[in-house]
Design a protein around this ligand. Sequence first.
Ligand SMILES: C[S@@+](CC[C@H](N)C(=O)[O-])C[C@H]1O[C@@H](n2cnc3c(N)ncnc32)[C@H](O)[C@@H]1O
Ligand SMILES: [Zn+2]
Length: 358
Amino acid sequence: MNLTEYVCVICRRPLQVDRDDRLKCASCRVKFPASKGVQLLVKNSKDLIRLHQDQISHELSTLQTKVRQARTNKTPSDRRLLLDGIFAQKKNLILLKNLMRASNFSSTYRTPSKTKKKIWKDDQKGTYWRAQQLLPYFVRDWHQTREYKHTLKMFLGAIKSQKKMPRDKVAILASGASRLAYDLSAMYSSAYAVDNCVPAVLLVKEILSGKKIELLMNFPSDSYALKQQRIKIPAGQVKRRKNIQVIVADIHRLPFESDSLDTVITQYVLDIIPNHTLLFLEIHRVLKKGGVWINLGIPGFKNMADQNNHLNLSNILSEAGFKLQKKKLMLLPHLELYEFSRLYTTMTRATLFFVAEK
Ligand SMILES: C[S@@+](CC[C@H](N)C(=O)[O-])C[C@H]1O[C@@H](n2cnc3c(N)ncnc32)[C@H](O)[C@@H]1O
Ligand SMILES: [Zn+2]
């Protein structure tokens, strides 16, 4: 019996290696899919795969309808603008679709489900991100924009200031484009990048294995496309690292043993999840005693009536068993891509940075 570093997200017993690199739980009898070294460790893996596949197909057919509408535009220059904008979105979606297709994940779900009319319900926003929404994050991270470098420095500074903290295991939760996970992996023995957006995680894996990716971005945005730009990812050379694992999991049900991580990192996620309490308890469970959680993001928790709830942070954290070590509220650019196009409008937002200890 070959046990792994992961635990079952249902019963929390250690998982075993099944066939290929798939894992299984001997006690629940659940098998977890894997593809090209990406483990999919969620309770309802089939639904999650289908959700993303259907979303991509749905979006592609919506764009097809938009193409037909655009062709009826009588002004040639407007027609061109519309069609170019749609083409860029389609190109990126096809990249994501092909990634899903090429993975083992899609083998059982080649045909989109006909039954579900509305694919992405509004109440699922936050919990399930469309992969195409994350593409600007890939550009920001893998091109190491000024914004990226600045926030990386804050995380590195916070980690280095923990003089007594071992640097064995770190998990980056809701890691998105995951460059932060890649850079932090240089400081730890093992790093885990965790996200539940399956196509985005597959894209991260491609980048980490040295594949060149090309995106076609609309500026200033998809819904107001004035200009397109080809952006190659990664811009620099990505050295392969064996100590970083990218996994698909729900951050509320992590596949890690209790008291097993030295550091947990979250960035731009606390403001989007429906209920912070569950997540706080889960982060507390997986951290070792004395381990630290470092967060940067938009202040405020979605499920609390008081918008200024971050001002009560030390109490909120202590209810989940944490001690607030450091807190800083500042103004930072968010998803600033104007290094690629002057058409991109910069959004400066109130940003909360904190370090909490278990
Ligand atoms: C605003 S993006 C931030 C991405 C990254 N942390 C960053 O700062 O660039 C939010 C991310 O949270 C992920 N996410 C949201 N809910 C999640 C959940 N329940 N489990 C895992 N990932 C989740 C999304 O897929 C997306 O990648
Ligand atoms: Zn189990």
